[in-house]
Design a protein around this ligand. Structure first.
Ligand code: ATP
Length: 256
């Protein structure tokens, strides 16, 4: 089966520092794949190369078999490859529900021609977006705070809202970057449950960078271990945790 994400022999250097060294990873459609590694291993850089925030010096990135190496992050977003969006400053002054409704899509209202000449189409679209936002906010368990300003939500609630924002799109693959950081254990349980439901019920594929090993162990199979810009191994969490090379490089190091 064609992997949904196929990173092929990617290299990336910053100045003289080679950060990704012939990096190749495959993410299987329908999986929740984890990516771990010591601090500075290159996890965020690889994420940025996949999401399109960075361009590789060499190598290719394929999405569902299509070469997307030259595409912008925005073009990749419209192809269904997204990373959770931090709630940007300007959005913290909008309600939780409005944050969901503001997620970019091909909205007819954005086109001046449709706004002027097809106002009914715009109204129908807005009503549809609102209905979807209400469904999503219910799904992520934030219905009771739907009218709260996003800036007033707790850290964990903001993470749930970020996940909810991905659900407003036609996501195929969602990149989750350290989503557990700063989230209390109860909300972390909700977050994990929601990710599993999105995966099982709605067919989302996830690629997860995480320092929280408990979350990796509960969610991810397989787990890819990155060390010094290269893939050290891939396997299930038990294989990874029992691999002497990984223990030396990762658990024996300074990483969490
Ligand atoms: N824009 C940049 N310019 C220069 N060096 C960079 C840049 N981005 C990352 N690096 C360097 O690349 C290396 C890998 O960084 P990266 O953030 O990808 O690692 P990481 O595995 O995500 O680390 P962490 O777990 O600490 O977040 C580090 O040595 C870092 O200092």
């Amino acid at each position: 089966m064609t992997p949904i994400i196929d990173v092929q022999q990617v290299n990336k250097a910053f100045g003289g520092l080679r950060v990704i060294n012939d990096g190749s990873i495959q993410v299987t459609k329908g999986s929740i794949t984890g990516m771990i590694g010591p601090n500075g291993a290159g996890k965020s850089t690889l994420f940025n190369l996949i999401a399109g925030a960075l361009t590789p010096d060499s190598g290719r990135v394929l999405l569902d078999g299509e070469d997307i190496t030259a595409l912008s992050a925005n073009a990749r977003f419209h192809k269904g490859l997204l990373r959770t969006f931090q709630i940007a400053h300007e959005f913290s002054h909008m309600s939780a529900l409005e944050n969901l409704m503001m997620v970019p899509s091909h909205q007819p209202g954005e086109n001046l021609f449709t706004t002027w000449f097809k106002p009914r189409l715009v109204r129908e679209h807005d009503a549809k977006v609102r209905r979807r936002a209400l469904e999503v906010i219910d799904f992520i368990g934030l219905y009771h705070v739907r009218n709260e300003l996003a800036g007033n939500l707790s850290g964990g609630q903001k993470k749930l809202l970020e996940l909810g924002r991905t659900m407003m799109t036609d996501a195929k693959v969602v990149l989750l970057d350290e989503i557990a950081a700063g989230v209390n254990r109860t909300l972390l349980g909700d977050l994990i449950g929601n990710i599993e439901r999105l995966n099982q019920e709605m067919g989302y594929t996830f690629l997860v960078i995480e320092h929280d090993m408990d979350m990796i162990a509960r969610l991810c199979d397989p787990v890819i271990v990155l060390a010094q810009g290269s893939v050290m191994m891939e396997g299930n969490i038990d294989d990874v945790q029992n691999n002497p090379e990984v223990i030396e490089a990762y658990f024996g190091g300074s990483a969490a």
